[in-house]
Design a protein around this ligand. Structure first.
Ligand SMILES: Cc1ncc(COP(=O)(O)O)c(C=O)c1O
Length: 412
């Protein structure tokens, strides 16, 4: 058939990856378990027709608070929103300095900037403990210091008693970025509940994944009230309260946000929370096996040897490559075998945005480890055969690097 108004031939299109061309890793960095219980929880919410601000969010908050043994828990849209609300709730703002590790995800620094405060980057303890150093925090305190945002790296608790002592001496607020640490504890206190206010992320790669999501916890009723208001537009009552006849109208008493979680993700979160202790234990067992597998790789270190003071949630399996091994080549070798790796994290002080928007202490430890960090695959249902494949690939890649670092690893 001919057309009286023929369309011009389509312009040549750049080659586009088909949706199924996503790299199919033999062993991915992280993985979520897709199962019937989760599907059922989601389907029930969908069928209920009540998708926002309802019984699932309320139950998730109550169950999370009970799990952490904390007074108040507020489900939020994501972990970054949790940090933003926490900083606002404690009153951080223009003119304030906030101490934060540079070896960190960028969300903490970004949110410190969003409230008008200045991040002050602090160093970590050492290659064996990648958490912020309490001594460095002490040395970083200045007249404008208002708060500390600690991050429990990889789910390994910071030395919270020493950090609280620094905060007490200088009248500082402690915000815990516990994105990696649901279910972790320091001397029998759950991470997130040891400082003034704690923040969690439920991003898909986290220990408690809901897709996107987060939680803020605190024992302080005044902070809780600020979070409650700011999370939902500064409104004094919520749709859910009004639906249940608990209120008929509302006032607006703060310039808040919509940082709420929805019912579908809260339902997924409740399923994940029930599994969290077993999943964290499974992660810990896999990390112990990695440690045994890799103990003979000369010069390769695995930080965070088991610590009697703490229970880790084992969010990440991180190694430090032997000095001199090129990380890109190493990661390329693993990728060629289908093993996905990552880097947690490129230090924030190295990002161009932060070149002149932050202050920093000298960061010799962070800088010494930064180029050696590699994160290996880890998820609770990882099979032995997959972990063994990763360990074998690591050994091969280090051997192929030709770097020789002596016979005994420093951490065995
Ligand atoms: C340590 C840390 N803090 C904060 C966040 C931010 O969480 P979200 O991605 O849920 O906003 C993340 C997430 O990747 C994180 O790893």
């Amino acid at each position: 058939m001919t057309s009286t108004n023929p369309m011009p031939p389509p312009a040549a299109q750049p080659a586009q990856a088909a949706p199924d061309a996503t790299p199919q890793w033999v062993v991915p960095l992280s993985d979520v378990l897709v199962d019937e219980e989760t599907e059922r929880a989601v389907a029930e919410v969908i069928r209920s027709g009540w998708w926002s601000m309802g019984p699932q969010v309320q139950a998730f908050e109550e169950e999370f608070a009970r799990f952490l043994q904390v007074e108040h828990a507020f489900a939020v849209a994501n972990g970054t929103a949790a940090l933003h609300l926490a900083l606002l709730a404690v009153g951080c703002g223009a003119g304030d300095d906030v101490l934060v590790p540079s070896l960190n995800f960028v969300a903490a620094a970004n949110t410190i900037g969003h409230v008008g405060a200045t991040p002050v980057f602090c160093d970590i303890e050492g290659p064996d403990r990648l958490n912020v150093s309490p001594d460095e925090l002490e040395a970083a305190v200045g007249p404008a210091t208002r708060a500390i945002v600690v991050m429990h790296y990889g789910g390994h608790p910071c030395r919270m008693d020493a950090i609280r002592e620094v905060a007490r001496r200088h009248g500082l607020i402690v915000i815990e970025d516990a994105a990696h640490a649901p279910g972790a504890s320091w001397r029998d206190r759950m991470c997130g509940t040891i400082g003034d206010i704690g923040c969690f992320s439920f991003f898909s790669n986290k220990n408690l994944p809901t897709g996107e999501g987060g939680m803020i916890v605190t024992d302080d009723p005044a902070l809780a009230e600020r979070v409650r208001l700011l999370r939902s537009h500064g409104m004094t009552t919520l749709t859910w309260d009004r639906h249940r006849g608990h209120a008929h109208s509302y006032d607006v008493v703060a310039q808040g946000f919509n940082y709420r979680l929805d019912e579908v993700r809260a339902a997924i979160g409740r399923v994940q929370l029930r599994r969290l202790p077993a999943n964290n234990a499974a992660r810990g067992a896999i990390v112990a096996q990695y440690r045994a597998d890799l103990s003979a790789v000369s010069g390769l270190e695995m930080p965070f040897a088991p610590d009697p003071n703490s229970r880790a949630s084992h969010h990440l399996a991180v190694v430090l490559l032997p000095p001199g091994v090129d990380r890109d080549t190493f990661r390329g070798s693993l990728a060629a075998e289908g093993v996905q790796t990552s880097v947690h994290y490129p230090p924030i002080h190295g990002f161009s945005f932060y070149a002149d928007r932050a202050r920093r202490r000298p960061l010799p430890v962070t800088e010494a480890v930064a180029d050696r960090l590699v994160t290996l695959p880890l998820y609770p249902h990882m099979r032995d055969i997959d972990r063994e494949a990763v360990s074998a690939a690591v050994k091969r890649a280090v051997a192929e690097s030709g770097v020789s670092v002596g016979e005994e690893p420093s951490w065995s």
